[in-house]
Design a protein around this ligand. Structure first.
Ligand SMILES: NC(=O)c1ccc[n+]([C@@H]2O[C@H](COP(=O)([O-])OP(=O)(O)OC[C@H]3O[C@@H](n4cnc5c(N)ncnc54)[C@H](OP(=O)(O)O)[C@@H]3O)[C@@H](O)[C@H]2O)c1
Length: 385
């Protein structure tokens, strides 16, 4: 690294994307707004042009002028961001520009938490939202895998606003630990997408004696919604999106058996857990009505992911047919629309089959059954915590 600050070197580091070298030259006193007569441009203009947004943010933090104009020209950082259709850059510049110079037509940037963002629909949704310029936090059980995915998504989308919250939703204690982590590190989230889900093909219970899909598909979203509601409310307008499944209509809830998998079936148990999640969505929507936070559920489509994969014979047959199903990119469409679309600003308590509202089946309209599930869920939590 060269000794002493050097404008030309800093400029080239902005073009190449060398964040540390830019940091060094700024520390050495290089003026981020200097426009050399030979180059007729500036560090911020070029870092936006090349899509190096971490560098652009560093320059802005060091008093780079967000509305600097290219010498002998009319280009500004914002005009370049618009020409490149780089929404993350537009949001970044908006946050440094005076209100009158902001580009309001792009809406506001949200910070969106997606559980199970390391693969499948969750990962594809993270990618889509990053391309929309949003900030995204993904959860992943495996820290190394999570970090790899973060880097991959950064490279693919050019949006550096992607963060990892490592955590597991397979028992009540681990859910509570993850919620606490999110409250501490990401108290500015305004969207929660409960995406993590499992399809168990054989009965298995966790350390709380709960059937595993009941835990991940019902208890975990329940805990996340309740636990993160205070910060969502603080950051309103805010939204919760529960990734559910059209198959919930095949579910049947036996309040004494389903939580423990005593009525286990390799097909119906998944539907049962999604039925519970739908019932909770309806109840929670009523509870939070008018709070500035909304909650809706969505069936994302029949998507080719790892859901339900297992070494058993039936699963191998399903895996073969999966190649004809839609891609995770397709599956990300409806969840990301529900997360950020302005037309859904006040919609609360609905079930979307992809992007169309679907009526609830009679079972979930049964208030007595929903009350029984509420009591059961709370009793389980009381007995364990
Ligand atoms: N695929 C479809 O056709 C379809 C249809 C309707 C609804 N859905 C719903 O869409 C959502 C996403 O499923 P997908 O199809 O993308 O499945 P997938 O590829 O199997 O991904 C599931 C995700 O959930 C995470 N997860 C599973 N158990 C977890 C736990 N105990 N703690 C934390 N994370 C956990 C997984 O993390 P690991 O990598 O650590 O396992 C993974 O990131 C699910 O809620 C599913 O029910 C899917």
């Amino acid at each position: 690294m060269a000794a002493g600050g050097n404008w030309k070197e800093m400029f080239h580091a902005c073009e190449k994307g060398d964040l540390e070298l830019v940091r060094y030259h700024l520390r050495m006193g290089v003026d981020p707004n200097y426009q050399h007569p030979e180059y007729m441009t500036g560090a911020l203009l070029e870092s936006i042009r090349k899509g190096h947004l971490e560098i652009a943010e560093l320059l802005l933090q060091n008093d780079a002028n967000p509305s600097i104009v290219k010498d002998y020209g009319t280009e500004t950082p914002m005009s370049i961001a618009i020409e490149k259709e780089n929404k993350a850059a537009i949001f970044l510049l908006n946050s440094y520009l005076p209100t009158t110079l902001r580009q309001h037509q792009y809406g506001s940037q949200k910070k969106i938490l997606i559980t199970g963002g390391n693969r499948g629909i969750g990962k594809a949704t993270a990618q889509k939202l990053l391309l929309e310029g949003q900030k995204v936090v993904i959860t992943a059980r495996n820290k190394i895998e999570g970090k790899t995915v973060i880097q991959e998504l950064k490279n693919e989308t050019g949006n550096p606003n992607i963060f990892l919250a490592q955590g597991d939703l397979s028992n009540i204690r681990s859910c509570q630990i993850l919620i606490q982590k999110i409250k501490e590190a990401h108290s500015d989230i305004n969207v929660l997408i409960n995406n993590a889900g499992i399809w168990m093909t054989e009965r298995a219970v966790n350390e709380d004696d709960l059937e595993k899909s009941f835990m991940v598909n019902h208890m975990a979203p329940y805990l996340l919604c309740k636990g993160l509601f205070p910060i969502l409310k603080q950051n309103q307008p805010a939204r919760i999106v529960n990734i559910n499944a059209g198959l919930y209509v095949k579910g049947k809830l036996d309040i004494e058996k389903t939580p423990y998998g005593l009525d286990f079936s390799s097909i119906r148990t998944y539907a049962n857990s999604k039925l519970c999640n739908v019932m909770f969505t309806i109840d929670f929507a009523k509870e939070i009505e008018g709070s500035g936070v909304t909650i809706n559920a969505v069936h994302p489509g029949i998507i080719n992911t790892g859901l339900g994969d297992s070494p058993n014979f039936l699963s191998k047959i399903v895996k073969f047919t999966k190649r004809f199903w839609k891609s995770p990119k397709y599956g990300a469409d409806a969840p990301s629309w529900l997360a950020i679309s302005e037309e859904l600003d006040h919609v609360n308590g609905k079930f979307y089959f992809e992007k169309s509202v679907m009526d609830y089946i009679d079972v979930v309209k049964d208030e007595k059954l929903r009350a029984a599930l509420r009591v059961k869920t709370e009793t389980i939590l009381k007995n364990i915590t």
